[in-house]
Structure formats: C-alpha cells, structure tokens
Design a protein around this ligand. Structure first.
Ligand code: BDR
Ligand code: CA
Length: 311
C-alpha cells in the first residue's frame, strides 16, 4: 500500500498528542503538515506541544504551522481545566523554545490541497477555525480534498462542555456553520464514540504504559489531568481518547462499525445550546444529508492500533 497524504489540524493537548503519535508512526500515512489552532490551550502552547510530540516521534522534519489564535467571532475559551495549564497534564515536560515553520497553517492547508489534489485526507482534532478561514479564502477547497475526518459533536446530544455541546464545536460554532455549508463531506467522530469505545480504564492504562517505550509512558502520563476530569465531571471509568479514535478511523475506516448520513446544523447563538450540532436522526427537518456521522466503533481494533503505535 502506498502511503496516504494526511494534513492534520490540531489544538494540541493530551489526546491530540496521542492522535499525532498514531499518524506519525503509521507506515501507510504520510503526514504532510500539521496545522495548529487555538482551542484546548492558547495557540503558542499548542504549537509547542505539537513540535514536542513530533520530536519525541523522531519526526521533526514534519512541518508544524501556527494558525488562528482565536475563534472567528467569539473570544477563545480554553480547556486548560481539562488538559492542564500546558495542555499536557502539567507533568513538567520541556514545552518551550521550539520554532514552527514560517508559513501560516491556513496557507499550508491550501498549498497541501493543491500539491495532493484529490488524494489529501484532512483530519481535524480541534476547533474548525483554520478550516473555515481556508474556505473563506478558497471555496473550491472541498473539490481537492479526498476525505475530511473531524473529531467533534455528539450523535446522542450529550455534551462534554455543556449538557448538549462537545468542546471543539462549542469553541467556534461559527466555523462549524461555515464548514457544514461548504460542501466538504465531513465524517464526524463525536465525543459519544469516545465515551462508548475509547475509555482507557486504569488497568489498561497500566498495561499500555508497561510497554515501556518513552512514547508509551508519554502517551499515558500526559492524560493525568484528563483522568481527574473524567472521574469528577464526565464520570467515565478512566480517561477517554477522542482525537485518537478519530485518527484511528481516518487511518482505517473499519474502526467504524456503523455510519449514518445525516443533515447537521449547528447552533451559533450564545445561549444554552451554543455549539450544539443538531443531528436530524429521524429526518424530521427534511434537510438534505450534509455529513457522515460515525455512530458505532470497533473498540478492539482501536486499542490494537493504539498499542501498535506505542510499541
Ligand atoms: C475534544 O476537545 C478536546 O478537549 C479534545 O482534544 C478533543 O479534540 C473532545 O471534546
Ligand atoms: Ca483536540
């Protein structure tokens, strides 16, 4: 199999880093660029986290581009209460002083879409701000993208940042609206998929860590603040890995065991349902399907891919 070009857009924090490791270490994937966006942490911190992760994977030749520092129309609100002040669990990693590529992430995405026209897989792991800006600049972008896989939304409408919204969609709902209207055939992997199929319980975390490689220790140790949040707030039996299961599906579509083709709309207002992606599961609105939604996944396949990336 020849390797497939991936452009990854990420607000790099603890679970994004694991997703990057999975892509950077997969033989069938050629990561042609990493665009960074503000989200979990401020932009500069996310850039440092992405650069550190590439270095740890011995892939420092992969270009990392800084992108948008704030959502399209609302102020940035980070998730440092979830991922730690540095986004990587505050375990004392040296996350400063590295330099990204001089190009902007939006320019880099557009450039990659020309260089790999018809072949490029775009994987988004953070707010959709960079992608929305790229669409504003060039509305023909969807014609050149083979697949877009997005970690975001919730098919069961149970949120992780508000009762009904998932963080990436909530952080920049105006960007979501632009993406949904753009003609990009987005494949959403929502937080419901993470909650049901990608929770790493303490025994499994211990087993993964005991693989004993620096990468295995890194990928488990940086989840420590997320693990506390999962215990106290989202009430999971361990830490969950939303971005890694989205990346696993981007690499191997068989990670999805059921996919729905649905009409999606996002609430951009500032009230109770901001960032809620309303999925018309029963076709009540009569709206044309505008996205694919993964509704069930193969946990064993995902864990096997994770294990192999850390080994
Ligand atoms: C998403 O938001 C962030 O906290 C994670 O990195 C993931 O992309 C989960 O809702
Ligand atoms: Ca993320």
């Amino acid at each position: 199999m020849t390797s497939r070009p991936f452009f990854i857009d990420t607000d790099t924090a603890s679970d994004d880093a694991v997703a990057l490791v999975m892509a950077l270490r997969h033989a069938d994937v050629d990561v042609v660029g990493i665009g960074v966006v503000a989200g979990n942490v401020p932009l500069d911190q996310a850039v440092q986290n992405a650069l550190y992760t590439c270095e740890l994977c011995e892939r420092d030749e992969v270009p990392v581009y800084a992108g948008e520092a704030a959502p399209l129309s609302i102020p940035l609100e980070t998730a440092q209460n979830v991922h730690g002040t540095d986004g990587m669990g505050d375990i004392g990693l040296p996350l400063a002083g590295r330099r990204p590529d001089s190009a902007h992430a939006v320019d880099a995405l557009l450039e990659a879409s020309h260089q790999h026209a018809g072949d490029l897989t775009l994987v988004t792991l953070g707010p959709l701000t960079n992608v929305a800006r790229a669409l504003e600049r060039d509305a023909t972008l969807p014609d050149r993208i083979a697949r877009t896989v997005t970690m975001g939304a919730v098919a069961d409408h149970i949120g992780n940042i508000t009762p009904v919204a998932e963080f990436n969609m909530w952080a920049d709902p105006h960007a979501v609206a632009q993406v949904l209207a753009s003609g990009l055939d987005v494949e959403f992997v929502g937080w419901d998929i993470s909650r049901h199929f990608a929770v790493i319980e303490p025994a499994l975390a211990g087993e993964l860590r005991s693989i004993g490689t620096p990468l295995a220790e890194f990928c488990v140790d940086i989840q420590c603040t997320v693990a506390e949040f999962c215990e106290s707030e989202t009430k999971l039996a361990g830490f969950d890995l939303p971005d890694p299961i989205a990346m696993a599906y981007a690499i191997d579509p068989l990670v999805a065991t059921e996919t729905l083709h649905l009409n999606l709309k996002v609430e951009v207002g500032s009230g109770l349902t901001r960032g809620m992606v309303v999925m018309d599961l029963l076709g009540l609105t009569g709206g044309e399907p505008n996205a694919q939604v993964v509704s069930a996944a193969d946990r064993e396949r995902f864990i096997a891919m994770l294990r192999s990336a850390l080994t």
